[in-house]
Structure formats: structure tokens, C-alpha cells
Ligand binder design. Structure first.
Ligand code: ARG
Length: 488
């Protein structure tokens, strides 16, 4: 449709190479809505007549219910839709739809509309997953487990505390995506190919009709930039690394060596040869797909880093990265939520593992500190106790007076005090005494759970507010469209 200056048509291979029509299936609806807003604005500013607007708007409305024939040789959805509008409305009216805009502002608009919807969906899924972490945590405030550093047992902890840690990480992902939304929800429409237009359009009114919070003001910036795409996929990549980390923990914990958890059958796969196998494939795929999304981010950054200012067709390639990153992230969240809600937790095994290691070593050292002994000295005493326990193959609590005496050799510490502390210290007492803010202590779990529950509710309200603003703006625009086309 656009090739009047050019002598020949594209060959089939070249057309297929150039065309974004397959990727564009994701933005058809946004493209139509954007065109409706643009057409209304052209009419309201006396750039086209009511009759022209009526014909164009009616054609666009019809297209919402039609299946598109993508084999007509259009380079993209913008060309295809415009061609179909001209066919329906006639050149005299339909030929006016593309007044004062370009595919460059149009595609930037469509992508922004798609991403803002994806952010809303992702944010809702994030809140669902966070909520499931908190609800499982509620049931496991007394479930003792070892906490790890370097994948070596470090301190006694609680499963609820572990889950809340991930709830907090996903909450940061939610907050990051919410911030990104602010920069995404700005309208580029009316920026034209790059430098604006001499036709007296009103960019503010189209932005309002489509539920944007503002404009990407500078027309060069509005059409050239995809920094918002990189930002969005970066946020998803970070989120996926958090999901991947949980997945990795669960893969390890569901081994027969750990046996801390058992995944529900629906989230595992059998082996083609070994009948006993119950493989955690779904979680492994979250790890694998995280790599793919990081790849999407890399593809976008590599595309934009060397691109001269102004639209370049390279940008077309960023769309498939967006769609796939969005889809995978949303699925990963939905799946993790179900995995959490169907998880079997082997509390006995977690506790046994915690108690069979000398995880109370730090607690003993801290209790000695409370008797006025420098931590560096108490750390040494406790370290010697652990060493003796290890070499004699018994827990610290079973060490005899002579061993305790050896642990305080060279210090002024009374061994009777050490013995008393040892007999008073258990994993459970350790968790009762752990009172620092945000710690694994029993008392902190309750506080954190109620705090997070409140936060989730508040965040849900914020997302609905955003969602409603977009929906009601578009509803208002559609009322105007329907008035013009005479649809009740
Ligand atoms: N199909 C293009 C894309 O997806 C639309 C913009 C084309 N603009 C142009 N001047 N060639 O990015």
C-alpha cells in the first residue's frame, strides 16, 4: 500500500522477512483502539468531517470481530488495518485515517498499551503468589528448619520465615513493576514519524481517551525510544531470578536426601525408563525459562544500543521478546502459586535435620555474651564445643564436664556457666529467644504475617485503581464512538 515511490514489489521471501504480521497478532486490538481515538480526535479538531469519522469508526468497530487475512501481503498490522478500513469506508473517507500520524508513533503506542496491560496482569499474579506464600507461612510458624549459607547449615529457623523472605522479594518485584508502569503509561500518539505534524492535532485528548497518565512529549523521543521495553523486561528478569531461586530450593528439598518437601504429582514428571522417578521438571523449567527471559533482555539491549536516533526497523524485532517474556513470567507466577498451595511439608524431617546439627552454637555464644564475656571469646568457646561434639560424634548437649572445661581453657569463663547454658539451649529455645526485628524468632512471624497481609490488600487496591482508570477512559471513548456510528 505504501510503495508508490518504489518501482517493484517485495518478493515472497523478502516480504516474509520484513513482515511483523505474526507478532502483531498481539497488538491488533490496541491498534484498533488507538485508531479510534485518533479518528475521534481528528473529527473533534475539525480535521475530518463527522461523516468521515463515522465511516472510519464504523469500519474499525467491525474489524474488532473479524478474522484477519494475514496473507494479503501487508508488512504489518498497521498497513493491514488501514487497508481494510479503506476497503470498507472507501478511499474518500478511509484514506483520511492516517492523517497526522505514522506507523512509528502507532507501533510505540500499541506496545505501550500491551505492556501496561501485561504489567497489570503480572502485578495481580504477583499479589496472588505473594498471598499464597504468606498463607502457607501462616501454617508453618512453628515448623523448624535449618537456614543455610553456602548451602551449609547456618542457623535454626522457621519455614514461615523462609516463605516470608520470598514474599518480600516478590513484593519488591511488584513495586518495581508498578514504578515501571508510570513510565510506560505515557502516550506517544501524534508524534508522527519523528518530528511532529503541521496539522492541528490534540495529543492530550487522545492520551486521555486511551487512559494514559500523560504524554511522551518530545516526538523524537516518543518514536525512537524503547528504553521502556528494556526496563520492563529487566524488571521481569529480576522477578524471574527470584522465582528461579525458590525453584532451586524446592528442587533440592524434594530430593530423597533432603526430603523436606514433596511436590504434588501434578507438578512433577515421570521418567521414560525409571518407574520410581518423580522429577521436579516444572521447577526446573522455571530456572530454564528465566535464562530465556534474560536472553530477551539481552536481545532488546543489543538492539537499541547502537541504533541511531529515530525509528529503525530493528525495533520491530523487540516485540517478540516482549510477548514471550510477558507470557512466560505470568505462567511462572501462576504455576508457583499452585505449587505452594499443594506442597507437602515434611515437618518431622526438617526438625530432625535441624536438631541433628549443632545449630545452637551461635545461641550458646550469644548467651555467654549476655553474661558479659566478649563475643570473640564466646565464639571461640562455642567453636571448641562444636569441634569436640563433632570429633566425639555426639551433640553439644551430651558433652561432659571435662569437655566443657577444655572449651574454656585459657579464658576466665566459669565452665559451670557454660554447662548451665548448654543444658538450657535447644533449637526451640533459640527461636523463642530470637527477638531481633525481622528475625526467625517465633514472635516475629506473627508480626510479619499480619504486616504483609495488610500490604497485599493495599497493593490490590492500587492495581484495581489503575485498571479501572484505563477501563473507564476507554469506555468513555467508546461511548463517543458509538454516538457517532449510531450504535446503542
Ligand atoms: N512493523 C513495524 C514495527 O513493528 C511498524 C513500524 C514501521 N515503520 C516504518 N517506518 N517502517 O516496528
Amino acid at each position: 500500500m505504501y510503495r508508490s515511490r518504489l518501482g517493484t514489489n517485495l518478493s515472497d521471501v523478502t516480504l516474509d522477512y520484513v513482515s511483523s504480521i505474526d507478532d502483531d497478532s498481539q497488538i491488533v486490538f490496541y491498534d484498533i483502539l488507538g485508531s479510534q481515538a485518533h479518528t475521534l480526535m481528528l473529527f473533534q479538531n475539525n480535521i475530518i468531517t463527522k461523516n468521515d469519522a463515522k465511516k472510519i469508526l464504523r469500519s474499525l468497530e467491525e474489524l474488532k470481530d473479524e478474522k484477519f487475512d494475514t496473507s494479503l501481503g501487508a508488512e504489518d498490522i498497521h498497513e493491514l488495518i488501514e487497508g481494510m478500513v479503506i476497503k470498507k469506508a472507501g478511499m474518500a473517507s478511509g484514506g483520511k485515517m492516517h492523517t497526522a500520524r505514522s506507523r512509528n508513533d502507532q507501533v510505540a503506542l500499541d506496545i505501550r498499551m500491551k505492556i501496561r496491560d501485561d504489567i497489570i496482569i503480572t502485578c495481580n499474579c504477583l499479589l496472588d503468589t505473594i498471598e499464597s506464600l504468606v498463607s502457607v507461612a501462616k501454617n508453618h510458624q512453628k515448623t523448624i528448619m535449618p537456614l543455610y549459607t553456602h548451602l551449609q547449615q547456618a542457623q535454626a529457623g522457621l519455614f514461615s520465615h523462609y516463605l516470608l523472605a520470598h514474599a518480600d522479594a516478590l513484593t519488591r518485584d511488584f513495586e518495581r513493576l508498578s514504578d515501571t508502569f508510570v513510565r510506560i503509561n505515557q502516550s506517544p500518539l501524534g508524534a508522527g514519524p519523528v518530528g511532529g505534524t503541521s496539522i492541528p492535532i490534540d495529543r492530550h485528548s487522545t492520551a486521555e481517551m486511551l487512559g494514559f497518565d500523560g504524554l511522551v512529549e518530545n516526538s523524537v523521543d516518543a518514536t525512537s525510544t524503547r528504553d521502556f521495553v528494556a526496563e520492563y523486561i529487566a524488571m521481569l528478569s529480576i522477578m524471574m531470578t527470584n522465582l528461579s531461586k525458590i525453584s532451586e530450593d524446592f528442587v533440592i528439598w524434594s530430593t530423597s536426601e533432603f526430603s523436606f518437601i514433596e511436590l504434588s504429582d501434578e507438578f512433577t514428571s515421570p521418567s521414560s525408563v525409571m518407574p520410581q522417578k518423580k522429577n521436579p521438571d516444572i521447577l526446573e523449567l522455571t530456572r530454564g525459562k528465566t535464562a530465556e527471559i534474560i536472553g530477551d533482555l539481552t536481545a532488546v539491549l543489543a538492539t537499541i544500543k547502537g541504533l541511531a536516533t529515530g525509528y529503525g526497523r530493528d525495533l520491530q524485532q523487540t516485540k517478540s521478546s516482549i510477548w514471550s517474556a510477558s507470557k512466560t513470567s505470568i505462567s511462572a507466577l501462576i504455576i508457583l502459586r499452585s505449587i505452594l498451595l499443594t506442597l507437602k511439608v515434611n515437618e518431622k524431617q526438617m526438625r530432625k535435620t535441624t536438631e541433628s546439627s549443632n545449630l545452637i552454637a551461635l545461641d550458646i555464644a550469644e548467651k555467654l555474651v549476655m553474661r558479659g564475656i566478649p563475643f570473640r571469646v564466646t565464639h571461640k568457646i562455642s567453636g571448641i564445643l562444636v569441634g569436640l561434639a563433632h570429633s566425639s560424634k555426639k551433640p553439644i548437649s551430651k558433652l561432659g564436664p571435662s569437655e566443657v572445661k577444655r572449651s574454656v581453657a585459657g579464658t576466665k569463663v566459669n565452665p559451670a556457666v557454660v554447662s548451665e547454658i548448654i543444658s538450657d539451649t535447644t533449637v526451640a529455645s533459640s527461636l523463642r529467644d530470637r527477638i531481633s526485628f525481622g528475625s526467625s524468632g517465633y514472635s516475629e512471624q506473627k508480626r510479619m504475617i499480619s504486616d504483609r497481609t495488610q500490604k497485599i490488600n493495599q497493593y490490590r487496591a492500587n492495581v484495581s485503581k489503575r485498571e479501572n482508570k484505563i477501563t473507564s477512559s476507554i469506555d468513555t471513548m467508546m461511548q463517543q464512538v458509538n454516538e457517532i456510528i449510531g450504535k446503542a
